[in-house]
Write a protein that binds this ligand. Structure first.
Ligand code: URA
Length: 435
């Protein structure tokens, strides 16, 4: 009979685990036969010894098979899924999904919620009054067939083993290990039968992987897991060195996404949305990247992508007047404060993680999974890296509520910003494509 002790010992000593051993650990832990302390030791052994390609495949498979699979085969067309490894001000799905759907490619997307310094698409959508992010599977599929687009929260039973293991990783300092991160993300994404999975792997101050080379290794690991499952997966490395766009916080991000769908969004965020959409279209056979970028811009300027976003809102019972008057329909806090520069010069750095933490402290995010979200609070970056700023000029606007810990948030924002008297320039946004 297999024993958890022997599997632990083997991994601790640098051994390579078999599929049966990995399955035994994951299944046993989910059933409650393997206690937390043995799983914790197992995770720590993996943290130091790592898993090779085959072991990552087996771990992903065991976690994926612990729950439901979402079968999209009854939907015609090429189903494209996108996943970001997490960021600050990253409202890309709100633009990417309607853009892709406006080409007639079905979007059947399951998204996550905010946790820690990073935001979540589901919370952002829920800032639209009435918008339902919980649809049963029949309604989800029916909406995709009828409107070409549906975005919902992840079903409770998507890779439950990952959920249970992640909670343990969170308290045992075993989150930031590449084989564990890549298996965790892929166990959830591969449970959905998309034809193409586009991974937006972040690097920089607001990302899991601060370093570009580490992000590249993570991207390759996820792509390789996908390939071992016989799936098409590509990853794009993109910068989270500073927050994306200018608005962070749930309602504020929906406003910025609508502005972007109207062709009036911030330069960096627009560039990212156009790039990612173009990569997806190109893989779906719409031509080379440059041609696809042109096609994406046309869908934005013609208003078709915005119209698709309207279809999504209507289909999921949100207030679609939000497209015409987002500031009136969305709950945005009326209490604001601006931080003013003490020097004349240029913005040199904006630590994205610190801005994310400040936004969370204001109430826009969650410290723990149980925390409630305030959709109206957030931060607007009036100045980004490379922008000139005059002495006394505001560089940030904070939207707060009476429940916000404003003093702590201000402290984080002040720490996040760095200024220079010499000219600076914005960091490059798009890195390599990994496939
Ligand atoms: N996101 C996940 O889903 N899992 C990880 O391990 C890290 C980020």
């Amino acid at each position: 009979m297999m024993r958890a002790y022997d599997v632990l010992l083997k991994k601790r000593n640098g051994g390579k685990l078999t599929e049966a051993e990995i399955k035994f650990m994951v299944e046993g832990f989910v059933k409650g036969d393997i206690p937390d302390y043995q799983m914790a030791a197992f995770l720590m052994a993996i943290f130091f010894v790592h898993l090779d390609d085959e072991e990552r495949f087996y771990l992903t498979k065991a976690m994926l098979e612990s729950g439901d699979k979402v079968d999209l085969s009854m939907i015609d067309g090429i189903k494209i899924d996108k996943h970001s490894t997490g960021g600050v001000g990253d409202k890309t799905t709100l633009v990417f999904a309607p853009v892709i759907a406006s080409f007639g490619l079905p979007i059947a997307k399951m998204s996550g919620r905010a946790l820690g310094h990073t935001g979540g698409t589901v919370d952002k959508l829920e800032s639209i009054p009435g918008f339902r992010t919980t649809l049963d599977m029949n309604e989800f599929i029916a909406n995709v067939k009828k409107y070409g687009i549906a975005i919902v929260g992840q079903t409770a039973n998507l890779a439950p083993a990952d959920k249970k293991i992640y909670s343990l990783r969170d308290v045992t300092a075993t989150v930031d290990e590449i084989s564990l991160i890549s298996s965790s993300i892929m166990s959830k994404k591969l449970a959905i039968s998309s034809d193409l999975l586009l991974l937006d792997v972040k690097f920089g101050s607001g990302a899991f992987m601060k370093d570009y080379e580490d992000a590249k290794i993570l991207a390759q690991s996820m792509v390789d897991i996908g390939k071992n499952f016989g799936r098409r997966v590509v990853a794009v490395l993109t910068s989270m060195e500073q927050p994306l766009g200018r608005k962070i916080g749930n309602s504020l991000e929906v406003i910025e996404a609508i502005e972007t769908l109207k062709g009036k969004g911030p330069e960096d965020f627009t560039e990212l949305c156009v790039h990612l959409s173009a990569y997806a279209l190109s893989f779906a056979g719409f031509g080379d990247i440059e041609k696809c970028k042109e096609l994406v811009r046309e869908k934005i300027y013609s208003g078709e992508a915005l119209k698709k976003f309207g279809d999504l809102i209507k289909a999921q019972k949100g207030d679609s007047r939000v497209l015409e008057a987002p500031e009136k329909i969305l709950p945005v806090s009326g209490d604001t404060v601006e931080l003013k520069s003490k020097i004349s010069g240029y913005v040199e750095k904006i630590d994205a993680e610190k801005i994310g933490l400040a936004t969370m402290i204001l109430g826009a995010g969650r410290k723990t999974k149980e925390d409630k979200i305030d959709h109206g609070v957030g931060i607007e970056l009036l100045k980004k890296i490379g922008d000139e700023v005059k002495d006394g000029e505001p560089f940030v606007r904070i939207y707060f509520s009476e429940k916000s810990d404003l003093d702590s948030a201000v402290k984080f924002v002040e720490e996040a910003y760095g200024f220079s008297t010499s000219k600076t320039s914005a960091p490059a946004l798009i890195g390599e494509l990994i496939y």
